[in-house]
Design a protein around this ligand. Structure first.
Ligand code: GLU
Length: 318
């Protein structure tokens, strides 16, 4: 009897230690502004392989909160393309257009806490007031409306007060340090057109989906300190971050819909996957290009090494 009690204790200890460190959960969060291109494949593959190799889950979120930029049919096209490239995601797809109540609730909490303020400034006013650009190429907001709006004026947008410096270690890019007021200024959480901003939606949803690892393109590295600041304000745990090298076109520009990146060709899934793995620094054996898509996935799941991913992108020609 004493023996079986001791065993039960051991089992209890094991169970509680498992539940205190849930498995890794990663995600891919494309904006449905057009078809997936090679740069999106690199982000999907890096995030998926990293999560899967740790025995974790990989979730899919369609970031369709920015309605004017959303292209009709693009979300379904993205899901079909991912499927054709052999991706399998866990659980239902989360659509940000279905999450407006959650964003409203968080914004309301921040308003009650006095952490956000209404802003009247138009883009052209900010351009006139601001002495230099923000690190992500946007306008650095000089804090004009921080001390309150004149009586009777209605806020156009809502901004979060951001003070201090955020430091973190990115699993690929290394140590990152950003002084928020100098680099980006107070971030917009709700835009003048009433839409919730990317920085709010992505932070609320990464928490809601229990994401423990954010693997995405290095173009979002400058956004991460704002997301960390918001997570800390809300008292939510921080995920681990890994920012992948950006795919650049021969002119050295980020491959995107704006720089006419070609849509992924589902009839060339194997060579494109191999090119994406090589871009991510993985030592793919040459014969894999002759293999099936299932063989490429099998190889990648066994051999994936985040440590082999280079920091910077090289111009890629497919
Ligand atoms: N929706 C963003 C994009 O397509 C990605 C957001 C993220 O991974 O945090 O660029």
């Amino acid at each position: 009897m004493a023996h079986s009690t001791a065993r039960a204790d051991v089992i209890l200890v094991r169970v509680s230690s498992i539940s205190s460190s849930p498995p890794c959960r990663g995600r891919f969060a494309p904006s449905p502004t057009g078809p997936l291109h090679f740069g999106s494949l690199v982000a999907a593959l890096g995030s998926c392989l990293s999560a899967r190799q740790q025995g974790g889950e990989w979730l899919l979120r369609i970031e369709d909160v920015d309605l004017p930029r959303t292209v009709s049919g693009a979300a379904d096209g993205i899901l079909r393309t991912l499927d054709a490239f052999g991706f399998a995601w866990d659980g239902p797809v989360l659509y940000q257009s279905q999450r407006l109540a959650a964003y409203a609730e968080v914004l309301a909490e921040l308003k009650v806490a006095g952490l956000v303020y209404g802003c009247l400034c138009t883009r052209s006013e900010i351009a006139r007031q601001s002495s230099r650009p923000a690190v992500d190429g946007g306008l650095l907001y000089p804090g004009t409306c921080r001390s309150g709006l004149p009586a009777g004026q209605r806020a156009r947008a809502w901004r979060l007060r951001l003070d201090g410096t955020v430091s973190f270690v990115d699993a690929i890019q290394g140590a990152v340090c950003q002084c928020l007021p100098e680099a980006v200024g107070d971030v917009v959480l709700q835009r003048a057109d009433g839409l919730y901003a990317y920085q709010l939606a992505v932070t609320v949803d990464d928490h809601f989906q229990g994401i423990s690892e954010v693997v995405r393109g290095a173009d979002l590295l400058a956004s991460t300190p704002r997301q960390i600041a918001l997570l800390r304000i809300l008292g939510w745990p921080l995920p681990r971050y890994a920012h992948l090298p950006l795919v650049l076109n021969p002119a050295g520009e980020k491959w995107s819909k704006q720089t006419q990146a070609p849509a992924l060709d589902v009839t060339r899934a194997v060579p494109t996957m191999v090119a994406a793995l090589r871009f991510l620094g993985q030592a793919v054996p040459p014969e894999l290009v002759e293999g099936s898509l299932a063989e490429v996935w099998r190889w990648a799941l066994v051999h994936w090494r985040l440590a082999a991913v280079p920091r910077g992108g090289l111009p890629t020609v497919l």
